[in-house]
Design a protein around this ligand. Sequence first.
Ligand code: PEP
Ligand code: MG
Length: 541
Amino acid sequence: MMKGIAASKGYAIGKAFIKKDIEIKINKLKISDVESEIKKLNDSLNKTRDQLENLRKITEIEVGKEESLVFESHQMILDDPEFIDKAKEIIRSNSVNSDYAIDEVRNELVSIMLSIDDEYMRERAADIKDVGDRIIRNLLGINNDVNISEPNTIVVANDLTPSDTAQLDKSKVCAFLTNIGGRTSHSVIMARSMEIPAIVGMVDITETVKDGDVLLVDGVNGNVILNPSDIEIDEFKSKIKLYEEEKEKLKELKDVKIYDSNKRHIEICGNIGSVEDVEQVIENGADGVGLFRTEFLYMHRSSMPTEEEQFNSYKAVLEKMGDKPVVIRTLDIGGDKKLEYLNVGEEMNPFLGYRAVRLCLDRVDIFKIQLRALLRASIYGNLKIMFPMISCIEEFRQCKKILEECKCELIDEKYDVSDSIEVGIMVEIPSTAVSAREFAKEVDFFSIGTNDLIQYTLACDRMNEKVSYLYNPMNPSVLSLIKMTIDGAHAEGKWVGMCGEMAGDEEAIPKLLEYGLDEFSMSAISILSAKKQILDILNKK
Ligand code: PEP
Ligand code: MG
């Protein structure tokens, strides 16, 4: 049995298709007709643009709007003067072939980006490499798209780019396995939305497996069995049957509301990053939206979203959710989430630096646009506003003051604003958890952001696989801080949610229930299984 990182849940039995990375040979050639070489490059750029537009459309229909945005940013690379104009300059000044020029500039940009130790830069470098490959393949007439004709195919590759993943035909491809990659790479996020089981970080799976080998893929536990025996296949089929039956049965819980023995409603909500994500949250029977990560509205574009654009997004989410609660978090940019058009400079420790509410309180101009949009949208549903990365009470007071200012301005401008908006904070910094009782006197609610709380409590980077063994939600110190937060809030009659990954973690759910967590918010696909687990625990009592 081979093991990797279980990245997208599900089981599959199929035959391996090894995706070979065609090695492209680029020679430096002397060109006599420079202008026709430039024309050749322009044609290839147009072809690339068309292909990317096609991929964007397919992805938007088959996967989702948010996932399709990556191809929009790929299209933007085609207009990047640092890349394309520079390549044209090289063709003109050195009279060389266009594939050579593109390769030169692309490699230079990629190596500059990789020299900066930053997750965002690594992703950008991967995007530029991907787009560069596509332009060069079009110049050389090489087709490297994943074309699969047989059903039940398991794609085995060193890595899959977002374009590769978007092209996977769901009726043929039943799983994919890659040598490299992490749980949060673009391809994996797409696989989850497409419900294709995936295991990444399998090191040398492309070497171990041959074309046509039979594979059993267990995307729940991250296991692969190569050329299984009949007994292993039978056992695996029973596992799949059970999994499918359970999944089907879970749908019965869609409209079930959960109450504990004291008749307290325990809410199970969904996390979203865009208006489109609301459908899945509703389909899975969520009691509300526990976290709307609004920073995604600011990404993959060249300027800030206007008040009107933001207002329309917030209004759409609130209307779709009807009278159910919708917690919208204000801009949480910084750390690993950067905006191309907002230069905040280099930082030694971006996760401890100029991010989220710290940035917003410094750039009140940006902050106010979002707050105005939120307040204007508040009359269309059950809005709750939440501030991220609050570390001391003064920050919350300042946020609240600016929110009040915006409200007065809007009322003066004759806008309607709801007067029952709850205002809360994320608890993701240990100082806030420790002083929860004090904060609870002033806020309406807490939502515990364990993704960050764990990294700050254990001084353990949430993105670094080398220290991931320390990143443990069940560490007693983390649990203590969670308990302190819940106790502090309840002592002041306030409610507490959790919107970090831990809220949907099977191992953690019993403890969170025991502590009296009021609201669990998670990715849509985890909602029904969390409901079942919580109901089972409560019914056993
Ligand atoms: C968290 O930190 O737990 C959280 C939900 O915020 P994000 O993952 O966006 O940092
Ligand atoms: Mg966070």
